[in-house]
Design a protein around this ligand. Structure first.
Ligand code: FES
Ligand code: FE2
Length: 434
């Protein structure tokens, strides 16, 4: 955030501000203007939510409060955080969740005036004949730096660069990785890269490339070799942002009711109970149980089982960007495993590989191709919602300084991700240059 900016800034026509946030700039800082009820006075909020720095330009107004689009934190007209859904109705938002509000905002002569800091002039001046509005500055970056897609430590890891089926025998592909273009060839059983790399290999149905000596720990996916599971890949998609925040989203169990409201999240309970994170070589794992609706269980339709069922999710993370989510439906015995592998292509581009592995449980027939196709299509919609949330984020990477964000107990995996990437970064930077 910029330093002290005294004085009043004419920032928008009052008629342009309703209950949808309007981004404005004042004194080199970014704000959003909004009326918390139709026709109410205008409030000015900082441009980013303090939780995960999501731009509040995408916020909505609900019950006279500003609601962040990512995890539903709500702020009143004074900037006080009054609701953190993951804490439950009795939860108390941490004090750091309150927003640093501008000193004053006023509507005068049909214009909105904003004073970011205390100023000697108690009210805004009369407007000039030709008002000059400041350009809206970019949404501010975190102060402590971020882990971006071009971090040098990423040279020392295996990265997915293509699905194995995208590289035919005798064929070649051009791929982007860490801001460079590589040509990957398949010659018989051998894989090669140009420019030369530490290694190219095939694993889990994916072609992997390690630019320099790789010391990361490979993600294990036992379901991939289990005959009771039917596995399918989504067509790879791109996110116009870095991989770190995307991995954070995959590990986050609190955005469902807000980001996935139109697919699977609407009825998820926003409250998240306590869970643990276990450190493991190369990353961590975490087990969490939740009540969810399970409409794909055929016995729900016949009344044999209730719609609301218990689900245990096991999250496994391996640095830098390999993730596995195993969802066990405890009432039915069915299991869904989702593997996410992220390719850091450029500073603002990440290619995403998602594999869905399905089992209806021990003793059950294999999931049919029609069911698998329908589930894959749904997974594609869920992924598209996550990618849209990344588009709106406008961050160059994952913030690693804990003071740049506000963490609540439901964020334990997110905190572990930041720690794991710090460890990864420090350890790999000790590696000698090629
Ligand atoms: S509630 Fe705003 S980023 Fe999480
Ligand atoms: Fe999501």
């Amino acid at each position: 955030m910029a330093g002290t900016s005294t004085g009043w800034y004419q920032v928008a026509r009052a008629t342009a501000v309703g209950t949808t946030p309007v981004p404005v700039g004042a004194g080199g800082r970014s704000y959003v203007l909004v009326r918390l009820r139709p026709g109410a006075e205008i409030s000015a909020f900082p441009a980013r939510c303090p939780h995960r720095l999501v731009p509040l330009a995408g916020a909505t107004v609900a019950e006279g409060r500003l609601q962040c689009p990512a995890h539903g934190w709500r702020f009143d007209g004074e900037g006080r955080c009054v609701d953190v859904p993951s804490l439950g109705p009795a939860g108390c938002p941490p004090p750091r969740a309150d927003l640093p509000m501008p000193w004053a905002v006023e509507e005068r002569h049909g214009w909105v005036w904003l004073a970011p800091d205390r100023t000697g002039t108690p009210g805004p001046p009369r407007p000039g004949a030709a008002p000059v509005l400041e350009p809206v500055p970019g949404t501010p970056a975190p102060r402590g730096g971020v882990f971006g897609n071009l971090d040098p430590s990423l040279e020392h890891a295996w990265h997915p660069v293509a699905l194995a089926r995208e590289l035919r025998p005798g064929g070649w592909l051009q791929v982007r990785l860490l801001g460079r273009t590589w040509t990957v060839r398949r010659d018989g059983p051998a894989l090669a890269a140009d420019p030369p790399a530490f290694g190219v290999r095939e694993r889990l149905g994916v072609v992997w490339l390690a630019p320099r000596e790789a010391l990361d720990v490979a993600l294990e996916v036992p379901e991939a070799g289990d005959r009771r599971f039917v596995g399918n890949w989504l067509a790879p998609v791109r996110s116009p942002g870095p991989a770190g925040p995307l991995a954070d989203t995959v590990l986050d169990a609190t955005h469902g009711p807000f980001v996935h409201a139109s697919t699977v999240g609407a009825l998820d309970s926003p409250e998240v109970g306590p869970y643990e994170v276990r450190t493991e070589p190369g990353g961590f794992s975490s087990v969490q149980e939740q009540w969810v609706d399970n409409p794909v269980d055929p016995e729900v339709a016949t009344g044999g089982r209730p719609l609301r069922q218990r689900r245990r999710t096991t999250y496994t993370y391996r640095a830098p960007f390999q993730l596995r989510l195993r969802q066990d439906f405890l009432d039915t015995g069915a299991t869904t495993t989702i593997v996410y592998l992220l390719q850091p292509e450029d500073h603002d581009s990440t290619r995403i590989y998602v594999r869905l592995l399905l089992s209806d449980g021990p003793g059950q027939p294999l999931v049919t191709p029609a069911t698998a196709a329908a589930r894959l299509a749904l997974q594609g919609q869920i992924l598209a919602e996550d990618v849209r949330s990344q588009e709106a984020l406008l961050l160059d990477g994952l913030p690693l300084d804990r003071r740049d964000e506000v963490h609540v107990p439901a964020d334990a995996r997110g905190v572990a991700l930041r720690q794991a990437l710090c460890t990864f970064m420090v350890a790999r930077r000790r590696q000698p240059a090629a």
